[in-house]
Design a protein around this ligand. Structure first.
Ligand SMILES: Nc1ncnc2c1ncn2[C@@H]1O[C@H](COP(=O)(O)OP(=O)(O)O)[C@@H](O)[C@H]1O
Ligand SMILES: N[C@@H](CC(=O)OP(=O)(O)O)C(=O)O
Length: 473
């Protein structure tokens, strides 16, 4: 029997009703239903409400609870409860399923609320510090989202006649101290994948702390570790769209092309640009276990999607254009020339505030980091730098970055052609960089031009009108 481990992301989970009749069942014979283990994310937007919004940073329950300003986390938790119930009310129809899902949400949300209130009370005494428990709280809250979506999927599938089994790795009321590997092994032990369909929570409670090691996007880590552990024939990530030459929502679903084939190098560049084809740490696990990875469109299961492996391409080409808003953090110091240590100090401070660096440039007296972090955090970095280097000019500015990416773009003059395409669209690049490895070219822009520049570069390099050697066949 072949075995696949398959992950469904949050955006697709919210369309679970469509997936039951296509991805999960489709036109499969009864026996072909099995041999597939599904790892599921929380419904779209739920983890954002539980923790903080992944893109905007807007505070969720976790961020409110841990802020020092005494904010109303309880109201936010009620909002999560309402959002979860709205999801399963929309998806389930059988009264007993609805009842079960509602009771489940109530039990877990009340449990979490009690934990948070008790801890708050405890920490009002000097001996107990909230700071010692931050990670535990983050883990506790995260698990609620995946436990709920997995249960709803199981209820829907069982109602459709599938022998689906809930595999809850969230450690709810479980005292055992498992490593991730042991939690996965124990949960899978005794399951008969040939005759049942395990629906596994993308969050797994473990000694290492999934959130500490991997933070958001953690369900891909659970997915990859499970695929490696079970020696899966293939690991498959189902997404809302095919992995495409640009965001279909931005450029138009009819204008983008499916990648079809790419490699982990490109996947890493995408992750760096915040467009996670796969969590980089999950990619490494699959690479090492030699499990092939496929990214498909959850709603187009006739199509094999995109295979990601370690192979270089035969012919240079542009594969994808993607971008994001960043902040340019600049330190100008006349005395920097020829003196070592400035860079290391900036890095130390950025690390301390957990600021994600997307790219950087430096010259004789200026170091600029293009970072993906809330403005509030960047301001703290600026203050620390100004205190350490009183004669330096430290500043930050909102900007955007667009990257043109391909396994090999040797000889394609992407930098100069890209600048021409931007200028031809009446826009301007503030900066541009190309490394000697020829896998990406980055353009730095004013924020208002992010979207039109992605469209312009996609037109120039990928659309049917683009010069043939620039795009993937
Ligand atoms: N190059 C791209 N190919 C496909 N989707 C993309 C691309 N760039 C951005 N997206 C966007 O990514 C969004 C999230 O999709 P998906 O990865 O399925 O979410 P999730 O993390 O919930 O699985 C989609 O709505 C799509 O608009
Ligand atoms: N729900 C979690 C885990 C995850 O991986 O989600 P997604 O597959 O939707 O990116 C998050 O938002 O971080």
């Amino acid at each position: 029997m072949s075995l696949t481990v398959e992950k469904i992301g949050g955006t697709s989970m919210s369309r679970l009703d469509e997936l039951v009749q296509s991805l999960f069942i489709g036109d499969r014979a009864k026996t072909d239903l099995y041999g597939r283990v599904f790892v599921v994310s929380a419904f779209g937007g739920i983890t954002d409400l539980l923790l903080e919004h992944k893109k905007t940073g807007k505070a969720g329950v976790y961020a409110l609870y841990t802020s020092t300003e005494g904010q109303d986390w309880n109201a936010a938790l009620q909002q999560v409860e309402r959002a979860m119930c709205a999801e399963h009310d929309r998806l389930l129809s059988h009264p007993s399923d609805l009842q079960e899902a509602e009771a489940f949400v109530r039990e877990r949300i009340n449990g979490a609320r009690n934990c948070l209130s008790d801890l708050e009370r405890l920490c009002s005494y000097g001996h107990f510090r909230l700071a010692d428990h931050l990670l535990k709280i983050r883990e506790l809250l995260s698990g609620l989202g995946e436990a709920h979506s997995a249960l709803v999927a199981v209820l829907l599938l069982q109602r459709a006649g599938v022998n689906a089994t809930l595999v809850d790795l969230t450690g709810w009321r479980d005292q055992t101290d498992f490593s991730l590997e042991d939690r996965l092994k124990t949960a899978m032990d005794g399951l008969d994948a040939a005759n049942e369909m395990p629906i596994v929570t993308g969050y797994a409670q473990c000694r290492e702390g999934l959130m500490r090691e991997f933070d958001r996007g953690y369900s891909e880590v659970t997915f990859s570790r499970l695929a490696a552990l079970l020696g899966a024939d293939e690991a498959i990530i189902h997404k809302e769209f095919h992995l495409s030459s640009a965001d279909p929502k931005l450029v138009g679903a009819d204008k983008v092309r499916k990648l079809g084939r790419t490699n982990y190098d490109v996947a890493d560049q995408l992750a760096n640009m915040g467009m996670e084809a796969i969590h980089p740490k999950a990619a490494r696990v699959l690479r090492q276990a030699q499990v092939p990875l496929r990214v498909t469109n959850a709603f187009d299961q006739q199509d094999p999607g995109t295979l990601i492996d370690d192979q270089p391409t035969q012919s240079p080409a542009v594969e994808i254009v993607t971008g994001l808003d960043i902040i340019a953090l600049e330190m100008f110091e006349q005395d920097m020339v020829g003196v070592k240590g400035y860079d290391a100090t900036v890095l130390d401070i950025l690390t301390r505030y957990n600021v994600r660096i997307v790219s950087k440039v430096s010259n004789a007296n200026t170091i600029t980091h293009y970072v993906d972090a809330p403005a509030k955090v960047v301001r703290k970095v600026e203050t620390d730098l100004s205190t350490l280097y009183p004669s330096a000019k430290v500043s930050s500015r909102p900007m955007s970055i667009v990257s043109v990416i391909g396994r090999d773009m040797q000889g394609l003059s992407v930098l100069s052609r890209g600048l021409q395409a931007i200028a031809a669209g009446g826009m301007e690049a503030i900066g541009a960089t190309q490394g000697p490895r020829n896998v990406d070219v980055q353009f730095i822009l004013e924020r208002k031009t992010l979207k039109p520049v992605i469209v312009a570069l996609h037109n120039a390099f990928v659309s049917p009108a683009a010069i043939p050697e620039l795009r993937v066949a």
